[in-house]
Ligand binder design. Structure first.
Ligand code: ASP
Length: 337
């Protein structure tokens, strides 16, 4: 009888332990933040109908990443999925909808980073890869390199059966008109590779995520700055400048005036301010955007997530297209301050 009671006790204890484990498992959290560019985005210059279109697109991109995270998928896959949705949408300055260079061509940049092992991939100045973020992911997964550019990147993408399209796939009437206007305004004034004032379309896209295993990831994709010259490359494909992810601190995706983000190594600096200076995520982002970037006279924004799933979306422009969700049900879409 004593033995029987002891056996019952063991069985109950085992069941309790199993219940505890599965409770812990279901308690595991995840989160995703996306952006669709920062700039002079205000209710006055964004008609209601366009606001609605942005809202729908951001929600669609968020849902694509959320689906992966909620079914236990990896942060890196969620980041890629969310960015691909925005690259396929001509509203954004990434993939289809990318802005024109001074030569009236389209040259795109993208990067992705896995915070689990600091693995990263990037493509720069590509003209035919349908989804540049996929190009970046393939560089990370299927090559020994971190960044491939131009023709070489396209060759690599083709060899690896990535979808290749004709350059006119990326063209939009809006951007075609826009580059003409920019050039008119520019006149003979500027011979700089990038003229800030001549930069009118916002819509670089990015995502940061934390999955149920606590892995962080970040990615960014862009057509760059409109009217860019001489093969200009911005911060978006530069690991450390426009994108960074490290499980021990945070994951960051940037948007804004790329030259300054490069000079400040902005994305990695946010992570370093956390790990080396002991700042929390909000404070780390605050220093980099409202002190460092602002003091250089530059504008832009970041989305970031830390290893505990805290999220920050901050910018020193009038707006930034953004959306976020957490496994606790918190979610939202915003454009303005
Ligand atoms: N950072 C991008 C670049 O400089 C542009 C942007 O985010 O709007 O290429």
């Amino acid at each position: 009888m004593k033995h029987l009671l002891f056996l019952c006790f063991l069985l109950i204890a085992d069941n309790c332990a199993n219940a505890q484990t599965s409770m812990n498992e279901t308690k595991k959290t995840y989160a995703l933040v996306i952006h669709g560019g920062a700039g002079n985005i205000m209710p006055d210059n964004l008609p209601k109908e366009l606001q609605e279109r942005y809202k729908i697109s951001l929600e669609k991109a968020l849902a694509a990443g959320e689906q992966i995270l909620s079914s236990g998928g990896a942060a890196i896959d969620a980041v890629q999925a969310a960015i691909m949705v925005m690259e396929d949408d001509s509203l954004f300055n990434a993939g289809k909808g990318s802005v024109y260079t001074n030569e009236e061509k389209i040259e795109m940049d993208a990067s992705i980073m896995d915070g689990k092992d600091l693995n990263a991939g990037a493509v720069a100045g590509v003209t035919t890869i349908k989804n540049p973020i996929m190009g970046a992911r393939y560089v990370m997964d299927k090559s020994k390199h971190v960044m491939l550019s131009g023709k070489g990147a396209e060759h690599f993408a083709k060899d690896n059966d990535l979808e290749i399209v004709k350059p006119d796939y990326f063209e939009t009437q809006y951007n075609k008109k826009d580059i003409k206007k920019i050039k008119e305004r520019e006149g003979k004034k500027s011979s700089l590779p990038v003229d800030k004032d001549a930069y009118s379309k916002y819509g670089t896209v990015g995502a940061v995520a934390m999955d149920i295993n606590g892995n962080l990831a970040a990615g960014t994709s862009t057509g760059g700055m409109a009217n860019k010259k001489f093969g200009r490359i911005g911060d978006s494909p530069i690991i450390g400048a426009g994108t960074y992810a490290d499980n021990s601190s945070c994951a960051v995706s940037c948007t804004g005036w790329g030259e300054y983000f490069i000079r400040l190594v902005l994305a990695k600096s946010v992570c370093d301010r956390m790990s080396l200076q002991g700042l929390n995520l909000r404070a780390a982002v605050d220093v980099m955007i409202h002190d460092k970037l602002e003091n250089m006279g530059a504008t832009g924004g970041v989305i970031a997530i830390d290893k505990n799933g805290n999220i920050v979306m901050d910018f020193n422009t009038s707006g930034m297209y953004r959306a976020w969700m957490k496994s606790n049900g918190e979610r939202g879409v915003k454009m303005f301050e």
